[in-house]
Design a protein around this ligand. Structure first.
Ligand SMILES: [Zn+2]
Ligand SMILES: [Zn+2]
Length: 147
């Protein structure tokens, strides 16, 4: 099997069956009607949908969308876009990439980048977003030669 064949196997299929508004509703429900970053209640709506891969808003797939309070310039959503907002000082690049909120356009497998959820007690830590709207606790692979 060639490396290329393996790559295509792990590319998640698009979720074509849902309209955009149904998808937005499904993502907010997946995220427990709460902002991923602060845990505050979010009713829904397009403004609360953050695209993790910046610069390409056309990828409306579950792994690319997370629920954040505010808009692209306010509250947690604004902060994720690199803006200082009332609740937090301007983020460093590593703060928004380490959390998985921003993923490089050049990343080969952006859907495998875990996202930090700050929604204790139900979700507190890193999670992987499945193309089927699942949220799975991230288990980093351990190097067997480490104790
Ligand atoms: Zn928030
Ligand atoms: Zn955004």
């Amino acid at each position: 099997m060639s490396g290329e064949a393996r790559m295509t196997e792990i590319v998640p299929p698009p979720l074509c069956a849902l309209s955009l508004s149904d998808l937005v509703r499904a993502i907010v429900e997946r995220d427990q009607f709460a902002c991923v970053l602060c845990g505050n209640y979010v009713a829904g709506g397009l403004k609360s949908m953050h695209h993790r891969v910046l610069g390409d808003r056309s990828v409306n797939e579950p792994w690319n969308l997370i629920t954040l309070c505010g808009s692209g310039t306010t509250l947690c959503h604004g902060w994720t876009h690199g803006i200082a907002v009332a609740s937090y000082p301007k983020p460093s690049r590593s703060e928004i990439t380490d959390s998985g909120y921003i993923v490089s356009r050049h990343h080969k497998h952006p859907w495998l980048v875990p996202v930090w959820f700050n929604q204790p007690p139900t979700r507190d830590g890193y999670y992987l977003l499945g193309h089927d709207l699942t949220v799975t606790e991230y288990q980093p692979e351990r190097n067997p030669s480490c104790n």
